[in-house]
Design a protein around this ligand. Structure first.
Ligand code: FAD
Length: 396
């Protein structure tokens, strides 16, 4: 059946999905002298840049898209157990990029590059034809020796072995206040000192100016809330934390999301010659939801492989050691909120914030990790190891 597909055109590379990862790959391809002659097709449902996501990440040097950084914070705050823990970062900076700026700039560059074709179409699926991947869309079928896709969930994902499947779900408002209330150099990374009504929950506050901030209500749980439920907690928080009542702030933007937090292994390929990227490629760190930096590293590796003609890297985003840590933490997060909050409290109280970010970025070595674990309560971790031993012993 697949062999009978009419192919409308053949490209060298097809990028299926133009979100964070598809555009990151586009950007790295645009920078590559060696790949300048390659014909590239980019397909997405919609190419209109929308101000619907803010991507936050930390980095110490060589950030791609440095000119796109919308705001940077040097100080992070964590509130837990009625204590405010705050630290000036030394090694890292906490940055934020708006999806609207990212999409606009990268697409503008792609539109002016003669080797790029942009196609607005609905992706219906992928198949393989010998040394080619094939993309089926409502605007035709196309093939290429390399298809990189971030649009569809890979087949087999729903049956992949999984013990814990949580979500990081959130709804936030960007607000403008009548009075100056915020310190634009200080981001509230996690504020757990709120009613824990619906599972482990916290707020974060990202101030852009003294009277503009993005404030999000975030939960790590398996049950999503209704918009009214998220918004009720937002209204309460604005009042309790900042003394704000309706009438002395304006909501200028709304952001909502649901990021998977699961121990499931994501396949690196969709089918022969079709490679998964981004969230569909398992790039999301299960315990934090952070994906943006991992996407940048992954797409950079892809371009290096294409330049050198070597195989596209198919290894998982995390090494075995970090997969085990993530499993232990996920197992704890899946349990009682109180224990998780105690762990976050002890983590940020007893370790430098830079070291914690380095650990979350999976750039620490074993000695540093053992030191971090020695500052945390042991019992929940022993229980988690016991509960997840069947996974840990069989390669996580
Ligand atoms: C609101 C929000 C905020 C986030 N904030 C952060 C953050 O601060 N830091 C961080 O590290 N991570 C963050 N994440 C997680 C992650 O970085 C993002 O989800 C990121 O966008 C994932 O990139 P992606 O390329 O995998 O998917 P996407 O960016 O979602 O791109 C997928 C693309 O595929 C297209 N597509 C889907 N289906 C089809 C189809 N059938 N046909 C054609 N096109 C299709 C979509 O239109 C989209 O453009 C956030 C996620 C959300 C939802």
């Amino acid at each position: 059946m697949d062999n009978l597909l009419k192919i409308d055109k053949t490209y060298d590379i097809i990028i299926a999905g133009a979100g964070a990862s598809g555009l990151s790959l586009t950007w790295h391809l645009l920078q590559s002298e060696k790949l300048r002659s390659k014909n590239v097709l980019i397909v997405d449902l919609n190419f209109t840049p929308l101000n619907d996501k803010t991507w936050c990440f930390w980095d110490d040097s060589n950030i791609p898209f440095e000119n796109l950084i919308y705001h940077t914070w040097n100080n992070l705050v964590v509130n837990a157990k009625s204590k405010e823990l705050s630290e000036d970062l030394q090694q890292y900076r906490y940055h934020c990029i708006r999806s609207v700026d990212y999409k606009k700039q990268i697409l503008q560059q792609a539109e002016t590059a003669s080797n790029f074709t942009i196609l607005e179409a609905k992706i219906l699926g992928f198949t393989s034809e010998g040394k080619y991947g094939v993309i089926r869309t409502d605007q035709g079928n196309f093939k290429a020796p390399y298809i990189f896709q971030s649009a569809l969930k890979p087949p087999g994902l729903s049956t992949a072995k999984s013990d814990i499947s949580l979500s990081q779900h959130f709804l936030g408002w960007e607000i403008e206040t009548d009075n100056n209330l915020f310190d634009p150099d200080k981001a509230i990374f996690m504020d757990f000192d709120i009613p824990q009504l619906n599972g482990l929950s916290f707020f974060y506050t990202l101030p852009f100016t003294e009277n503009k901030a993005l404030i999000e209500y975030t939960l790590f749980s398996s049950n999503l809330l209704t918009d009214e439920e998220y918004e009720r907690e937002l209204i309460n928080y604005l009042n309790d934390k900042f003394g704000l009542t309706k009438g002395n702030y304006t909501i200028t933007r709304r952001e909502k999301g649901n990021i998977p937090m699961e121990d499931r292994r994501y396949p690196s390929i969709y089918c022969n010659r079709v490679f998964n990227m981004g969230t569909a490629g398992g790039l999301t760190k299960p315990t934090t939801g952070y994906t943006f930096t991992r996407i940048q590293k992954h797409t950079m590796q892809i371009v290096k492989a294409l330049e050198s003609g070597s195989e596209i890297p198919e290894e998982e985003a995390s090494s075995y050691r970090f997969r085990v840590y993530d499993m232990m933490l996920l197992s704890i997060l899946d349990g009682y909120s109180e224990i998780s909050i105690q762990i976050f409290h002890d983590l940020f109280k007893n370790n430098h914030f830079d070291r914690i970010l380095q650990f979350l970025e999976e750039e620490t070595h074993l000695g540093q990790e053992l030191k971090i674990f020695s500052t945390l309560p042991y019992t929940p971790f022993f229980k988690a190891i016991w509960k997840m031993k069947h996974r840990i012993l069989t390669g996580a």
